[in-house]
Design a protein around this ligand. Structure first.
Ligand code: 3PG
Ligand code: CO
Length: 554
C-alpha cells in the first residue's frame, strides 16, 4: 500500500546487491594484550580502517543510543539488533520495567492482578536470571517485585534463581544470592514464608535460546516444577559456593540444585494453583521456558507433571505467538522496521546465522517478530550450532559455513540484501577464554573476507558493523583504564559485553562515487544504520527514522 512506499533516493541507484554483515561482540578499543580482535590476524577488517573517516567510522552501541536506561548500560544483541533493524530508538524492556516498578503501575496492571489471585491460598514463584547485568533482568527489579508482592498479599514466595557470570563477572553469583537471602530473611521476620527454592547456571539450566538444546530447559523444569535435581542443599549460598567447585562448573554452568527442608523434601516445587512470574525482561532466552509453562500441547521433553498455574512473564516475550499470554509490562512496540519497509518495496532479502544467533538477524532485527514479512521475497537460513559445548572448545563455530551461505546467496543473483550475523567474537568472548577468543576473531574475519570476495564478483556493496563490544576487551578495568585487580591482586577476566563503540564500514565496487560518511551527526549510533542501508538500496528512509550516516558529494 502507499503508506509503505519509500521515495526514490535522488542520487543513489537501485538494484545493487548489498551484503550486510553484523559481527557479534566486536567493539573498537585500544590495542593491548586483552584486545582479542587486535591480537588476532584480521586482515579483512583491518583493511577497512584505511577508509577512515569517509568509509570507516565508529558508532555508539550502548546506553541511551539503544534505548537502555543509562550510559552505564553496556550494549547487547537484543537492543543492538532492534536498533539496527528498526532505525529508531525505542525505550527497551529494562527501562519500561524500571518505570512501571518506580510508579507502582506494574501492580495495577492486568498481569499482576491475574497472578495475585493465587496469593491467598498458594505460592508465588519467581524465576529468572539473578544479577545486576541489566541484559536479561536486574536484581533490583526482582527485589521490588518481591517487596510489592508481599505488600499485596503474597504469603508464600519461592525464588528459582539462575546464576549469571556472563553479563557480570564470574563468581559474582555468591554476592547476589547473599543479597537475595538477606531480603528473604527480612520477609520471614515479617511473617512471609519466603525462600530460594532452586537454582542452576544460566547456560546449563533454563535459559537456552532458539531451540538450541531443550535439555537445558528440561533441567530447569525438573528443579523448578518437579523439585528434582542431582544436588540438594538446605541453603542456597552454600549450594552456589559448593557447586562452583565441581569440575567444569562456574556461574554460567552451575549444575542444577534444589533447596530441601530438614526431612529432605524440596521446599518449592511448582504445583497446581500456584502463581509463576518469570522476571527476565529480555525475550530470547525465555521463549522456550514460556512454551513449557504455557502450552497444553508440548512434546519437547516429558514434563511429567503440567501444573495448572497462573503464569505471567515480566514482558510478553513473543508478540506474534502472544507468548506468554499474560505479562506484567507491555513490551516496546517496535513497528515499521526496515525489513518490513524493504519487503513492501520489492527488496529481496536473505538472512543467515547459526542457531545461537539466528533469531538475532531475524526476530530481533524485525522488531521481535517471528517469520517472514513476504515469503516470496525473503529467505532465512539457520545453520545448526554445535550444542552441549562451551564455545571456547570450537571457537571457529560455524563462521565459514555462514560465509559460504552468504557467498552463495550473493552469487545466486536472487537477493538484493544478504544479511548475516557472525557470532564468534561474542559467543567465545563470553567464555572468558582469551586464546580461544583470538581464534574466534580470526575465523570471523575469514568469513568477512569470503563475503567481500563475493561482493567484488557481483559488483555489489558491503556494510560491515557490529551489535556491541565484547572480544575487544577481556579484562575488568578501573576508571583510568588499567586492569582492576581483585582483593587477592588477581586480574578479573571480563566475560561480558562492553561499553565500547563499534566500527561501521561501507565499500565494494557497487558503492557510488562520492558516497561517504557524514561528519555532522553528533552521536551516531546503531539506529542510524537502517536509513543508511535503505539509501544504499536506492530509497529515502521514512522521516521518523534516525538520520542516515552517509552523504553523496559531487
Ligand atoms: C546472552 O544472552 O548470551 C548474553 O546475556 C548476552 O549476549 P547477546 O546480547 O550477545 O546475545
Ligand atoms: Co553476547
Amino acid at each position: 500500500s502507499s503508506a509503505w512506499k519509500l521515495d526514490d533516493h535522488p542520487k543513489l541507484p537501485k538494484g545493487k546487491t548489498i551484503a550486510l554483515i553484523v559481527l557479534d561482540g566486536w567493539g573498537e578499543s585500544a590495542p593491548d594484550q586483552y584486545n582479542c580482535i587486535h591480537n588476532a590476524p584480521t586482515p579483512a577488517m583491518d583493511s577497512l580502517k584505511h577508509g577512515a573517516p569517509d568509509t570507516w567510522t565508529l558508532i555508539k552501541a550502548h546506553g541511551t543510543a539503544v534505548g537502555l536506561p543509562t550510559e552505564d548500560d553496556m550494549g547487547n544483541s537484543e537492543v543492538g539488533h532492534n536498533a539496527l533493524g528498526a532505525g529508531r530508538i525505542f525505550a527497551q524492556g529494562a527501562k519500561l520495567c524500571d518505570k512501571a516498578l518506580a510508579s507502582g503501575k506494574i501492580f495495577d496492571g492486568e498481569g499482576f492482578k491475574y497472578v495475585s489471585e493465587s496469593f491467598e491460598k498458594s505460592t508465588l514463584h519467581l524465576v529468572g536470571l539473578l544479577s545486576d547485568g541489566g541484559v536479561h533482568s536486574r536484581i533490583d527489579q526482582l527485589q521490588l517485585l518481591i517487596k510489592g508482592s508481599a505488600e499485596r498479599g503474597a504469603k508464600r514466595i519461592r525464588v528459582h534463581i539462575l546464576t549469571d557470570g556472563r553479563d557480570v563477572l564470574d563468581g559474582s553469583s555468591v554476592g547476589f544470592v547473599e543479597t537475595l537471602e538477606a531480603d528473604l530473611a527480612t520477609l520471614r521476620e515479617n511473617g512471609v514464608d519466603a525462600q530460594i527454592a532452586s537454582g542452576g547456571g544460566r547456560m546449563y539450566v533454563t535459559l537456552d535460546r532458539y531451540e538450541n538444546d531443550w535439555e537445558v530447559v528440561k533441567r530447569g523444569w525438573d528443579a523448578q516444577v518437579l523439585g528434582e535435581a542431582p544436588h540438594k542443599f538446605k541453603n542456597a549460598v552454600e549450594a552456589v559456593k559448593t557447586l562452583r567447585k565441581e569440575p567444569g562448573a562456574n556461574d554460567q554452568y552451575l549444575p542444577p540444585f534444589v533447596i530441601v527442608d530438614d526431612s529432605g523434601k524440596a521446599v518449592g516445587p511448582i504445583v497446581d494453583g500456584d502463581a509463576v512470574v518469570t522476571f527476565n525482561f529480555r525475550a530470547d532466552r525465555m521463549v522456550m521456558h514460556a512454551k513449557a509453562l504455557e502450552y497444553e500441547d508440548f512434546d519437547k521433553f516429558d514434563r511429567v507433571r503440567f501444573p495448572k498455574i497462573r503464569y505471567a512473564g515480566m514482558l510478553q516475550y513473543d508478540g506474534e505467538l502472544k507468548l506468554p499470554s499474560r505479562y506484567l509490562v507491555s513490551p516496546p512496540e517496535i513497528d515499521r522496521t526496515s525489513g518490513e519497509y524493504l519487503a513492501h518495496n520489492g527488496v529481496r532479502t536473505f538472512a543467515c546465522s547459526e542457531t545461537v544467533k539466528f533469531g538475532h538477524v531475524t526476530f530481533f532485527w524485525n522488531g521481535n517478530r517471528s517469520g517472514y514479512f513476504n515469503e516470496k521475497l525473503e529467505e532465512y537460513v539457520e545453520i545448526p550450532s554445535d550444542s552441549g559445548i562451551s564455545f571456547n572448545v570450537q571457537p571457529k563455530m560455524k563462521a565459514l559455513e555462514i560465509g559460504e551461505k552468504a557467498r552463495d546467496a550473493i552469487l545466486s543473483g536472487k537477493f538484493d540484501q544478504v544479511r548475516v550475523n557472525i557470532p564468534n567474537g561474542d559467543m567465545v568472548g563470553h567464555t572468558g577464554d582469551i586464546e580461544a577468543t583470538v581464534v574466534a576473531c580470526e575465523a570471523a574475519d575469514l568469513a568477512v573476507k569470503m563475503i567481500f570476495d563475493a561482493i567484488e564478483q557481483v559488483k555489489g556493496i558491503y556494510v560491515v558493523t557490529a551489535d556491541h563490544g565484547n572480544a575487544e576487551d577481556m579484562v575488568k578495568r578501573d576508571k583510568s583504564g588499567k586492569p582492576a585487580l581483585d582483593k587477592e591482586g588477581k586480574l578479573q577476566i571480563l566475560t561480558s559485553h562492553t561499553l565500547k563503540p563499534v566500527p561501521i564500514a561501507i565499500g565494494g565496487p557497487g558503492l557510488s562515487q562520492g558516497v561517504r560518511f557524514r561528519k555532522d551527526l553528533e552521536t551516531p549510533g546503531l539506529a542510524n544504520v537502517a536509513a543508511t542501508v535503505m539509501n544504499l538500496h536506492g530509497f529515502v528512509a521514512p522521516d521518523d527514522y534516525e538520520p542516515t550516516l552517509i552523504e553523496v558529494v559531487e
